[in-house]
Design a protein around this ligand. Structure first.
Ligand code: SAM
Length: 273
């Protein structure tokens, strides 16, 4: 396929960023990268696409803004409730055999997904033996995730999601309201480590019984997806679960044969050999 001058500009920019800052966006899918980059440069005070490489290598604050804008951080509690129903039905039973559980949420955004899983672990009496690592490339969303404070306007939807996911209590058991926000209970925070991790360049998190990575790999091209699947493969304990959600698949991964399909609709796999 012919590349346009715009494509070349973007390629140059991503090379410059990798060389200077060590963040590797070269394997992100071209169409969504282009869309977000043009959105970024249209903002007030941002250099044009042509000038951007020159400024971005000199200005750390501009580069931080770039990361914040270039990543899509949309998320919600019990997002895609059927997925959590499947986790409750197909994964939880296997987890009782472990004395200690380690769960990795890769691309956790503002943390709602990690808190949702922690609620399930609490309800299944597994939380006390669990440690959760919730990671993202974007520092700003991680700082929000650590606070666990969200707008009350979201509650109606989250409560519905929770019930649809198989929740049998009232979601209000897990948070306190404060004016126009709600804050997750302390006991849902004390076993979660929120930390920076770049799936494109950083190393494995070892011996996980569960790796959850949903709505992240859709932004990566096939090569980068495969690199990340290898990372997850190496991070999983034998018998551990890889939970990708409805939009992603392991089908093209060379190590695919090591995994058994647990739920084909929600792309939940178990590492079996
Ligand atoms: C759409 S959100 C998904 C949030 C959550 N997993 C969910 O499904 O609701 C995608 C997240 O992936 C993160 N992300 C993008 N590239 C990443 C990378 N290379 N390493 C780690 N996280 C990344 C973004 O910052 C963003 O917070």
């Amino acid at each position: 396929m012919d590349t346009t001058e715009e494509d070349d500009d973007i390629k140059d920019l991503l090379e410059v960023i990798y060389a200077k800052w060590g963040y590797d966006f070269r394997g992100y899918s071209a169409a969504s990268m282009k869309r977000r980059l043009y959105y970024f440069v249209r903002q007030k005070g941002t250099p044009s696409m042509k000038e951007l490489p020159h400024y971005i290598v000199r200005d750390k604050a501009l580069f931080s803004r770039f990361i914040e804008e270039i990543t899509t951080n949309v998320t919600e509690m019990f997002r895609d409730p059927g997925f959590y129903r499947s986790v409750r039905a197909n994964v939880i039973n296997h987890l009782y055999s472990y004395p200690h559980l380690k769960v990795w949420h890769a691309g956790c955004a503002t943390g709602e997904e990690a808190y949702s899983m922690n609620i399930i672990l609490e309800e299944e009496k597994l939380k006390d033996r669990s440690m959760m690592y919730a990671t993202d490339i974007n520092r700003l969303v991680l700082s929000k995730a650590k606070k666990g404070i969200y707008p009350v306007q979201c509650l109606r939807e989250y409560e519905k999601n929770y019930i649809d996911s198989g929740g049998s209590h009232d979601l209000s058991l897990y948070y306190c309201k404060a004016y126009d926000h709600f804050i997750m209970n302390n006991n849902l925070m004390n076993n979660i480590v929120f930390t920076e991790h770049d799936l494109a360049t950083d190393y494995v998190f070892g011996e996980m019984q569960m790796v959850m990575c949903r709505n992240v790999l859709i932004y990566f091209n096939r090569d980068l997806q495969n690199k990340v699947f290898k990372l997850f493969h190496e991070s999983l304990d034998l018998g551990g679960f890889l939970c990708l959600g409805a939009k992603e698949t392991l089908d093209f991964y060379e190590g695919r044969d090591h995994f058994k399909v647990v739920d084909d609709a929600y792309k939940i796999y178990q590492l079996v050999k």
